[in-house]
Design a protein around this ligand. Structure first.
Ligand code: SF4
Ligand code: SF4
Ligand code: SF4
Length: 316
């Protein structure tokens, strides 16, 4: 992936020097291994800070909302789909953007790697093609990247950017299996009692830190419903009813908009698989409206379309 790092630095430097963009948004190597951070650069002399490997899993679209300047941005398949959603929702305009597209081979689950080394501290990570190496004080291990993909990346059908100005490499194949929603189907098949138990256990460790919300590019409301006090829609405690209300409402707010980028899940300090909520709605929206978020600029998302001949009477 080093060649992508070099290409990104070269392109960012060129765009900033030529004044094509005011700011370039990419990633820097994290101070903690496998946790690369978003980075905004304005100075062409600082492009050496930019970095790319399979730990760039936070969604850069989060930094576009409402900006007025001209922006260069690195985008994988899912990030590009979020950019499309942002444009369609009038949060940014296409003409402000210079998108550097990355054909994506998936992000590594840092949690799975930490489990694989028995929780020992990793102090160095190095990607070597389809493998990666992790080192600690008294160990060194080499793993196959494909065995450690984030669960969303393992079934990603759109790894190539859907919108870009420049592409860094050849297109890569997307997932072609018909079991993308296997995890959701398992939950759907449960009785309603078991389902309630499943989701209640899942969120029982939630500390209401809202990192999942903050990491998500869809959550850009000036005041989130959980932060409203007049009216107060939901209590602020970790009472299970309040916590479930937060998760269900947030998921509904993402219906028809979520690209399954995985940033929410990655950001959760408690390791809660919050995509179980949004993925169910992705499946429903696909089945009911033949819709997947962010695939093109031409069509309005299903939930913001009004049609007089809608088959549901409530619309009239
Ligand atoms: S969801 Fe797809 S495009 Fe996004 S990081 Fe994973 S593999 Fe890449
Ligand atoms: S809900 Fe999660 S997976 Fe969906 S777009 Fe937001 S951060 Fe990405
Ligand atoms: S990031 Fe995790 S702990 Fe924090 S609010 Fe979201 S689910 Fe709860």
């Amino acid at each position: 992936m080093l060649h992508y790092t070099e290409k990104i630095r070269e392109i960012a430097g060129r765009l900033l020097k030529q004044g094509v963009v005011d700011v370039f948004i990419g990633y820097r190597k994290g101070s903690v291994p496998m946790m690369n951070n978003p980075l905004l650069i304005r100075d062409p002399g600082s492009t050496d800070l930019l970095y790319w490997d399979s730990n760039c899993a936070l969604n850069l679209c989060n930094y576009l909302t409402g900006r007025k300047d001209r922006i260069g941005i690195v985008a994988t398949g899912c990030v590009s789909r979020n950019i499309v959603t942002h444009i369609v929702e009038n949060q940014i305009s296409r003409s402000q953007l210079y998108v550097v597209g990355i054909p994506c081979t998936g992000m590594i689950s840092h949690r799975a790697v930490i489990r694989a080394v028995g929780g020992r501290e990793i102090i160095e990570f190095e990607e070597q093609g389809e493998r990666f190496l992790v080192r600690g004080r008294d160990f060194e291990e080499i793993f196959e990247k494909n065995d450690f993909l984030q669960s969303n990346c393992a079934v990603c059908r759109y790894p190539n950017p859907v919108l870009y100005d420049e592409m860094l490499g050849e297109r890569v194949p997307g997932y072609e299996g018909d079991d993308v929603y296997r995890d959701v189907e398992k939950v759907e098949q449960m009785s309603s009692e078991d389902r309630r138990g499943f989701f209640s256990r899942m969120i029982s460790r939630c500390i209401r830190c809202y990192a999942c919300r903050d990491a998500c590019p869809l959550c850009y409301c000036p005041t989130c419903f959980v932060d409203e006090s007049r009216p107060q829609w939901v209590g602020k405690s970790i009472d299970p009813v309040d916590t479930m209300t937060f998760h269900l409402l947030r998921a509904f707010h993402c219906a028809g908009r979520c690209t399954d980028c995985g940033a929410c899940e990655r950001a959760c300090p408690m390791g809660i698989p919050v995509r179980q909520f949004t993925k169910k709605l992705n499946k429903d929206v696909q089945e009911l409206f033949s819709w997947e978020a962010g695939l093109g600029l031409e069509q309005r998302p299903p939930l913001d379309v009004y049609r007089q001949d809608d088959y549901d009477g409530f619309i009239r």
